[in-house]
Unconditional design. Structure first.
Length: 467
C-alpha cells in the first residue's frame, strides 16, 4: 500500500517537470522562428547599414524599392537631408569600370524631407548585391545595402553612360538642352479635299480629291515654310492615275525623294535643305494624293526629350571635359556641329589643358573645311602622327550623327558612323584597319576642344569590352 502511495505522490512532481520541459521547448521554437522571421524581413527591407566611416547613423534611410535605374529611399529622420552625389560600392568589379567606387554627382541636389520618400537616379545598377553610399552637402556619407534581385529593367554597369552635367567648363561655357520635335502632320489639306493651301505651278491643278499633273515637266505643286532646315522628316504620298513620266518630292538641293513612275503608296525620310516641300514632275501625267509630312527622330538615341550638351560661348580655346580612364575599348557619342573645325579628345592625359600639352588621340572634325574628319596622335601638345583622314563630305553640318570609335588591344582603330546620309545602320568609314605603330596608353579625360557655339554632344557611352 505504501508503494502505491509513493507512486501517486510522485505523479504531480513528474507532471510538473514534464510541463516545464515542454514549455522550454516551445519557447525555444518560438524564439528561433521569431529570429528567423525578423532576419528574413530585415533582408527584404534592405535596411540602412552603418556608413563606411562607421558613423552611427543606423535607421536614417530605408530602401523602399528599385525601379529601373532609380533607387527609392525613405528618410527616417525627423529632419531633412540634402544629397549632392553618391558612390556605387563594389568589391568584386572589373577594374576597367572606373565609374564604380568613385564619386558621381547628381544633376541637382536632392532633398529628402523627414519621414518622406525620394529617388536617386544611378548611372547604372550592378547585377548583384552592392552598397550605395549617399553623400550629403556636408560630405556626410550614408550607406545602404541593395540587392537588385532579378530586376532586369536597369542599365548594367559594363558600360558608362556619361552624365552630361559631369562635364567641366574649363574654358567657354555650355548648357544642357532638351531635344524636341514638332508633333503632328505638317501638311495642310494633304488629301486635296478642296483647292486650298497648295501653290500650283504650270500644268498642276486640284480637283476630284487629288492633285493632278498634265505633262508637268520641271513644274511643281508645293507648300512653303512648313519645314526646318536639317531636321529629319518622313514624307508619305500616293501616286494615282499614273500615265507617264516621273514625280518626286523635293526639299532643296541634295534633299529630294526617289523619282516614282507607277501607282503606289511611298514612304521616305529626308533631311530638309529648305523650309519648303515640293512635288516636281518630269513629263509627269498622273495624280498624287494622301500627302503627309511628320518630323522623326534623327537617331535612335536622339528622341523627343533627349538631353544634349550645347556650347553657348566660344573663346577661341574653349574646352569642356569629363572623366575617362579608358585606353582600349569603345567610345560612342552623338554629335552635331554647326561651323568649322573642332577636336574630340577621346583619349587625353589631362582634364584641363586641351591641346596645349596633351598626349593622346584626337578626332578632328571638319579638319580641312570639307565636312571630313581625321584621327591624330598627339604627344606633348604637337601632332605626332596623322593616322587616318576620311573622304570629303562624310559629315554634313547641322546634322546629328553617332560616332563609334573602337581601339583594339593590338593598337588598331575602326571608326563607324550612323545617322544623316547613313540612316539607322552603322557604316564603317575606314576601309582598312587604322594602325598606330607608336601607341599611347595614358588616359584621363574625354574632352571637346575648340567647339563652336551651337555644337552639341549627347549619349556618350564608354565600354571597356569589345564585342
Amino acid at each position: 500500500m505504501s508503494d502505491l502511495k509513493n507512486k501517486k505522490s510522485l505523479s504531480p512532481l513528474i507532471a510538473t517537470i514534464l510541463l516545464i520541459v515542454v514549455s522550454v521547448i516551445l519557447i525555444s521554437v518560438i524564439l528561433t522562428w521569431g529570429s528567423s522571421f525578423a532576419k528574413n524581413n530585415t533582408e527584404k527591407a534592405n535596411t540602412f547599414l552603418e556608413s563606411s566611416k562607421q558613423i552611427p547613423k543606423s535607421g536614417v534611410f530605408w530602401l523602399d524599392s528599385l525601379i529601373g535605374d532609380k533607387v527609392i529611399l525613405k528618410n527616417n529622420l525627423s529632419s531633412s537631408v540634402e544629397i549632392k552625389g553618391y558612390k556605387i560600392l563594389k568589391t568584386d568589379f572589373n577594374s576597367d569600370y572606373f565609374w564604380l567606387n568613385s564619386y558621381r554627382s547628381l544633376e541637382n541636389n536632392l532633398i529628402f524631407n523627414a519621414s518622406s520618400l525620394n529617388s536617386i537616379p544611378l548611372v547604372c545598377v550592378p547585377e548583384s548585391k552592392f552598397f550605395l553610399e549617399l553623400i550629403d552637402v556636408n560630405d556626410q556619407p550614408y550607406s545602404i545595402e541593395i540587392n537588385p534581385r532579378g530586376n532586369s529593367s536597369y542599365t548594367k554597369c559594363n558600360a558608362f553612360n556619361v552624365p552630361l552635367w559631369e562635364f567641366e567648363e574649363v574654358s567657354g561655357s555650355y548648357t544642357i538642352n532638351t531635344f524636341t520635335k514638332e508633333q503632328g502632320d505638317l501638311i495642310t489639306n494633304g488629301g486635296f479635299d478642296i483647292d486650298t493651301a497648295w501653290i500650283k505651278e504650270t500644268n498642276w491643278s486640284v480637283f476630284d480629291g487629288t492633285a493632278n499633273a498634265n505633262n508637268a515637266n520641271g513644274s511643281a505643286i508645293r507648300q512653303n515654310n512648313i519645314l526646318m532646315v536639317n531636321k529629319k522628316y518622313l514624307v508619305i504620298f500616293e501616286v494615282k492615275n499614273y500615265v507617264s513620266g516621273f514625280v518626286r518630292f523635293y526639299t532643296g538641293t541634295g534633299a529630294d525623294g526617289t523619282s516614282r513612275n507607277s501607282n503606289g503608296l511611298y514612304y521616305q525620310t529626308v533631311y530638309a535643305a529648305t523650309t519648303n516641300l515640293q512635288f516636281i514632275g518630269a513629263s509627269f501625267t498622273g495624280s498624287i494624293d494622301n500627302v503627309s509630312v511628320t518630323e522623326v527622330d534623327p537617331l535612335e538615341t536622339i528622341t523627343d526629350g533627349t538631353k544634349y550638351l550645347e556650347i553657348i560661348s566660344y573663346t577661341g580655346t574653349s574646352l569642356i571635359s569629363s572623366e575617362n580612364k579608358q585606353v582600349y575599348g569603345v567610345w560612342e557619342f552623338d554629335f552635331y556641329y554647326t561651323d568649322i573645325f573642332g577636336y574630340i579628345l577621346f583619349i587625353n592625359d589631362d582634364l584641363n589643358n586641351g591641346l596645349s600639352n596633351t598626349t593622346g588621340y584626337t578626332l578632328v572634325y571638319n579638319c580641312t573645311g570639307n565636312n571630313d574628319f581625321t584621327l591624330r596622335r598627339y604627344v606633348s601638345g604637337s601632332v605626332s602622327a596623322g593616322l587616318f583622314t576620311s573622304s570629303q563630305n562624310v559629315l554634313s553640318k547641322n546634322t546629328w550623327y553617332r560616332f563609334k570609335i573602337i581601339r583594339y588591344l593590338n593598337n588598331t582603330f575602326d571608326i563607324y558612323l550612323m545617322g544623316g546620309q547613313y540612316g539607322d545602320n552603322w557604316i564603317k568609314i575606314n576601309s582598312t584597319a587604322i594602325t598606330d605603330s607608336s601607341p599611347i596608353i595614358t588616359s584621363n579625360a574625354f574632352s571637346i576642344y575648340n567647339p563652336r557655339a551651337g555644337d552639341r554632344i549627347a549619349n556618350l557611352k564608354i565600354t571597356p569590352e569589345i564585342e
